[in-house]
Design a protein around this ligand. Sequence first.
Ligand code: FAD
Length: 415
Amino acid sequence: MDGYPGIDVDLVIFGGGCAGLWLVDELRRRGLRVVLLEAARLGSGQTAGAQGILHGGFKYSLGGILAPSARMVRDMPAVWQASMIGQAEPNLVAMRLRSQCCYLWRSQSLLSWAGILGAAAGLNVKPVPVAVDECPQPLAHCPGPIYRLDETVIDPVSFIQVMLERNRGLVWKIDPGAGLEFERLEPGEIGGQVKSVLIQNPDTGERLRLSAASFVLAAGEGNEGLREQLGLPTPMTQLRPLRVALLRGALPQLNGHCVEGVKPKITITADIDAAGRAVWQLGGQIAEDGVRMEPLRFIEHARRELAHVLPGWQCPAVEWATYCVNRAERMVPDVVLPDDVQIIREMNILTVWPTKLVLAPRLAQRVASLLNLPALDSSPSETTQWQATAANFNWPAPKVALPPWEREQTWMTDV
Ligand SMILES: Cc1cc2nc3c(=O)[nH]c(=O)nc-3n(C[C@H](O)[C@H](O)[C@H](O)COP(=O)(O)OP(=O)(O)OC[C@H]3O[C@@H](n4cnc5c(N)ncnc54)[C@H](O)[C@@H]3O)c2cc1C
């Protein structure tokens, strides 16, 4: 790799989804010289398409017990809330919210809420019963009680934009296919540790060597390719495919879960698209079932399911679309979905998965403690000297991924 200009940094992060972005912010504020490298648009794997619910654990208590997943997330809404009101770093006051709360209801009144509500007693965010006339109109004819859950729904794209602005100069675009090369220390030094990575400026073609003490792989689905390139064992990532339904038209705002059995049958989140139309995104069990269906059949299925979970509601004429996306999590033997953030440490490389958007702050804290970084003081952060130095490289910044409904989709009016 001789002959190329180089710089010394403390840490290089690969991947600018919620995991990498929260981490770059945290490490910058702790005084590290850190750079984040992004191969496509920021958040283009999962984060930009996430439904954005800051789960407080209720979703994971539907089996009537306080599951480990629920314990892991129950403190997280308060962590985000402190940032959203500007009382903690990162300051997320500028982040757009989709909703302050979610609603919970059942499509059949026969099943009891008693066990679920008992389990929810161990959570910080608890469901509160609401009168029908205080609910969004589509829930007016739902049988059984309706609950409000103070779980905020964020706009993940706005989160990414805020984090990019906060960390300008440190978030760099790379082309992973062009000129990415890792260099290791000689065996006999600290055997096998990665010493540097050679990157190429996608605009100018110029190459630069980043020498770092540590490397973090936070690239979601892309972690596998990076691990292969680094000669680390694979597979370590599990992909859980989903087929998500989108509706757009004169829809009311509704965010929440229709619960059947121990899972949300449908999770609805609402937003407004660039043309001012309301958009609904349908996740939950329906998105897991949908991967076995062709798009048209899935849309027919989703339409039937929506009528089932919102009985008596007259859905306006809408356009439908569907797309597939993979959840990328650490592969843990005999575990369908890890309960907590996941980190593998191999020499000076950490491979990380947040498991959920809401856990991104917890992941950053865990990485900081693994790196033995001193605790942060609580004063508001200034742009660090390193951020100003890094900005002088004029390295191009990646764009932010679009929400799924602004990407190329085939919209169908009549199925
Ligand atoms: C439909 C859907 C809904 C969801 N809803 C919720 C929710 O409501 N609440 C919740 O808490 N969680 C939710 N999740 C889960 C959550 O979105 C993910 O756990 C989280 O976004 C993962 O973040 P990440 O940073 O690990 O990965 P990603 O968001 O996938 O980001 C990885 C980044 O790495 C980049 N990259 C890839 N390869 C390379 C490389 N070689 N070099 C550099 N960069 C690379 C990618 O371009 C991408 O920007 C949802 C997920 C999906 C798919």
